[in-house]
Write a protein that binds this ligand. Sequence first.
Ligand code: FAD
Length: 307
Amino acid sequence: MKSLIIGEVNNNELSSGTLEIISKAKELSLDFSVITIGNSETKNIGCDDFTNTYFKSNSNKLNLSSCANEIKTLIEENNIELVLSNSSYIGRDLIAFLSVDFKTSPVSNVTNFEISNNELTAINSINGGESEYKVKINSDIKLLLIRPKSFEQTEITLNDSFETKEIQENENSIDVFDIHIEEKSGPQLEDSKIVISAGRGMVESSNLKLVEELANKLNAAIGGTRAIVDAGWMPYSNQVGQTGKTVKPDVYIACGISGATQHQVGMKDSKYIIAINKDEEAPIFQISDLGIVGDTLSVIPKLNENL
Ligand SMILES: Cc1cc2nc3c(=O)[nH]c(=O)nc-3n(C[C@H](O)[C@H](O)[C@H](O)COP(=O)(O)OP(=O)(O)OC[C@H]3O[C@@H](n4cnc5c(N)ncnc54)[C@H](O)[C@@H]3O)c2cc1C
């Protein structure tokens, strides 16, 4: 099935979501090419295994309608049947344009897909990840929005062999008048092998220093529940869950987190889950590999002392 992956460049690199989709396409031996959207110069987004066209905006204009027009032409000229995109802001906008152009419904929040006898079945996650359903897609052009962390990211050797296309602004372009790039330090939530997340069971924000100390000792990234983000203990960018980030580390340590489904959907696929909660009935224990029934304020200092 001829396929096109809509990718993205962040910080001059292919985004992790793009690399995940490329890994899946390689696993299924799809005949695929990649188009990448970004606005900075980059040297490492091409690959010997696939062709990559880099759509680079020529100014501080976000011109997704022009990108969508170019993608539409690419799809038509190359008889593309399957378009895969990460479920990011840009991916969702572009897929929306294409769904209108090709009069076809996209399938969103896809966590896996299978192709057998040239028929495509997408596995879709609903109700905050509580239920899954399968859809067979019969349209000529199939548009899938892939949920981040659905596929393992395998090693791909990238090089500078890619074609660049400048996207011109037009009257529909949106003016980007300010870009705020959040300063990041230490291990990042999406990529870290260990994530330690805090919930309301840390009792008050000043106790987060215990979690920070533990994270420093384990070289871990720090996450949090929506409850503590809403309470202003942590920035939104640290929120794990349905309306936050999806993480899939080797070890996820939940400190004082009840384990609401909306939180679980963002972390339940972690390899090992360790939970500390004083309530032995807390739902987080149902998905934990190791559970510590105890007070976070006495358990975490002991861990810090002994590590
Ligand atoms: C549409 C929607 C989207 C949402 N999206 C998200 C999301 O993306 N991410 C998310 O996290 N939530 C999300 N939520 C909120 C979610 O439903 C929960 O309210 C939230 O996850 C609860 O956070 P919490 O576990 O920190 O708090 P609580 O549910 O209050 O749990 C606190 C836990 O700490 C334990 N505890 C208390 N004191 C201690 C102590 N001293 N030592 C040990 N344990 C202690 C308690 O036993 C309890 O289990 C969403 C909700 C909705 C409706």
